[in-house]
Design a protein around this ligand. Structure first.
Ligand code: SF4
Length: 187
């Protein structure tokens, strides 16, 4: 569904309802004003899935990237990829947001920020990220145990439950499902 998220609310909505993989990309983009290709795809398609319009997506990415590479280079090198994700360039395929399975199986390299933090972060970085998200250290122990036993989506489900004070019986299998389940509880 479109029009569920508007640019003026995006910081607050990200903090409240984005799963950790997307919070990490979002925060890194805000700090570095840049994301490599894998991160732009994973976050960009997720944002499309939560209803960010193409015009808002262009404004959102431009506001960050232009601080690093300037507006001219943004328009020349990066705007195309965003339009492409929305099916407005190239083969005009309407690309769908990535599932957890696809994200978990991705292989981020040095300098990449995409992937699933429950799989791809060190224990130390995962603990710090959970704490920043507002997960208690007791709940974080359970999350980290699930991640260590390679139950990444269960780890994400426990995080969701800790942050929302509500159960998520279906489990988490898609970042956009995490988002919509969160919004259902919060709104
Ligand atoms: Fe993202 Fe899915 Fe990993 Fe959760 S389990 S952090 S939604 S990829």
């Amino acid at each position: 569904a479109h029009g569920e998220i508007s640019l003026k609310d995006i910081d607050q909505v990200a903090r409240a309802s984005f799963p950790l993989c997307m919070q990490h990309l979002f925060n890194t983009l805000k700090e570095d004003h840049h994301l490599k290709h894998g991160g732009r795809m994973q976050l960009g398609l997720f944002l499309k899935g939560v209803g960010l319009t193409l015009d808002d997506a262009l404004a959102f990415w431009k506001a960050e990237f232009s601080q690093k590479v300037g507006t001219e280079r943004f328009d020349k090198e990066y705007a195309y990829g965003i339009r492409h994700n929305y099916g407005k360039e190239g083969k005009r395929t309407d690309y769908t947001p990535y599932s957890c399975q696809k994200i978990i199986l991705s292989t981020p390299g040095v300098g990449d920020h995409h992937g699933c933090p429950y799989r791809h972060f060190s224990e130390e970085n995962l603990r710090a990220a959970l704490s920043k998200m507002g997960v208690s250290s007791h709940a974080s122990d359970d999350v980290i145990n699930k991640a260590k036993s390679r139950h990444y989506q269960l780890a994400c489900t426990l995080t969701f439950e800790a942050l929302h004070g509500a159960s998520c019986d279906a489990g988490i299998n898609h970042p956009n499902q995490y988002f919509s389940d969160s919004q259902k509880i919060l709104n």
